[in-house]
Design a binder for this molecule. Sequence first.
Ligand SMILES: NC(=O)c1ccc[n+]([C@@H]2O[C@H](COP(=O)([O-])OP(=O)(O)OC[C@H]3O[C@@H](n4cnc5c(N)ncnc54)[C@H](O)[C@@H]3O)[C@@H](O)[C@H]2O)c1
Ligand SMILES: [Zn+2]
Ligand SMILES: [Zn+2]
Length: 389
Amino acid sequence: MKALQWQGVNKLAVGEVPDPELRNPGDMIVKVGKTVTCGSDLHLLGGYIPFMEKGDVLGHEFLGEVVEVGPDVHKHRVGDRVVVSSFIACGSCWYCDQKLFSLCDNGNTNPAITETLWGHAPGGCFGYSHAMGGNAGSHAEYVRVPFADVGAFAVPDEVSDERALFASDSASTGWMGADLGGVKPGDVVAVWGAGAVGQMAARAAVLLGADRVIVIDRLDNRLQQVEKFIGAETLNYERTDVSGELRERSGGRGPDVCIEAVGMEAHSPGPQFAFDQLKQQLRLQTDRPTAVRDAIHACRKGGSVFVLGVYAGFVDKFPLGALMNKGLTVRGAQMHGQRYIPMLLERMAAGELTTEHLATHVMPLDQAPEGYRIFKEKEDGCVRAVFTP
Ligand SMILES: NC(=O)c1ccc[n+]([C@@H]2O[C@H](COP(=O)([O-])OP(=O)(O)OC[C@H]3O[C@@H](n4cnc5c(N)ncnc54)[C@H](O)[C@@H]3O)[C@@H](O)[C@H]2O)c1
Ligand SMILES: [Zn+2]
Ligand SMILES: [Zn+2]
């Protein structure tokens, strides 16, 4: 079958790979209908996430048709239209019982790397390096879905492919940021990053009853989408004193909840950017934590900061003093898709949560390398490139 393969840093190619096969009784095979790029893939492309191997198939967000099921798959039948969580979880370990699915003890079949790096191994992920299990990704004609009864969900007829696709990752991630960040009715919520993840976090905050939701970025086309489709306010950090303006919009206190949806390749104005980038490229720090620093600085005393952006290792100039003295709660996580997807599909069916505007560029899988280039360069207003294998 055809698949998009990682061939090295900033090198992608569509090639032929073997068709996936069932390996365990709970597996199923999905014929991929739509699969979409994610900011997380850019970290793989740029070589910031280690343990990629030449030829690895990328992609972790997808929707498609079930074509084969193992004997232990009971929820799905051949022909069903399903959307699949990007993180892989067993559904029966202690973490899965706590609904912390991306922390599953059995989702990652290659736990040694992350145990060494972080002390414990999180669950596995499709198309996301050998540190996350080395599972073949979804930018392909077919994909093997382990623990299919746990990670795949039937899409209701009234929800289109274009909408349901985003339940796979960005909508679940965004919802988790608002939910576990503790957004309550009446809160002021600030979100850094107006990519699909930031937009979905902002929409979740709106739906959870936040009084004001403010999204921060520098790309005007994305901020315009936020105003038009998400129902939130915006700030362009290149033209505004963000911290001052956030205080102004929150009765002088600062936001109650700050959600960071930018990640390890953050941009920042001024000399700090060159400093962080150089240190990252020399591997003196692995990540550029600009937006996390900003969120901690802006957050009100006693408030909560949720890190959705992906980070891999160590950072420099982390404002531990502000965190401690301001009494902040700082949390982060990879997405617990299995916890949110059924509710998100219901909200999608009810028209509360729309995502079609995120799919700015739709193309066949053959054009995926070009799709990634446009997405990475944020060219032509690209928010997400969707491939149709
Ligand atoms: N936790 C999870 O499970 C999970 C899931 C999906 C994605 N992610 C991560 O979330 C992050 C965002 O993903 P995305 O797909 O929306 O990415 P994206 O690349 O499409 O968007 C990132 C946005 O951040 C903006 N940005 C850069 N520097 C900024 C700064 N200093 N302040 C404010 N905005 C800034 C960019 O202009 C861009 O619009 C990535 O790090 C991705 O890896 C995490
Ligand atoms: Zn993703
Ligand atoms: Zn588990």
